[in-house]
Design a protein around this ligand. Sequence first.
Ligand code: URA
Length: 185
Amino acid sequence: MDALQEIAKRVNVCQLCELSKGRINAVPGDGNPNAKLMVIGEAPGKYEDLQGKPFVGMSGRFLNKYLEAAGISRQEAFVTNAVKCRPPSNRKPTEVEIETCRPYLIAQIEAIKPQLLLALGTSACNALGIKYTHLSEVKGKLIDIDLGGLKVKCFVTFHPSFPMRFPSKRETFLEDLKQVKKMLI
Ligand code: URA
């Protein structure tokens, strides 16, 4: 079993926080184990919890459409979330939940060693230790992060549910994804 499968196995039986009690399935993440790009969302929603796969609901379809429009293949990326179990009523994960789940995310980054991380929204930024007071300070920017020795570059944009809800934000979301495409060698 490879490192990613090993992590998924641990995630699937994890009981480190309360979110585990309400889940149908944990959602470790999926995609290319040799991905150049790792996409990090917030947390599973209803359909992700039902299927055990990330971004398969409405915001997933929206994300897929925009990735494709930017020329990024979702199949070639690895897609995961800051927390691996669905928060009740899709509330935002708490700081403690993000902190508790963080070692799984870091282990996935270490296993894949992607060229670039794409952080979608505040929870992903928080999980990666990116400092900001408002997301606009880091949105559309490339940030250098150091995960205890492992240095990775991370591009930050909105969580797809934001441009999905506010059509005026769709153009900048697409521009961000096009920048990401250009950064991938
Ligand atoms: N929103 C997320 O952040 N992640 C998912 O997997 C689905 C919706």
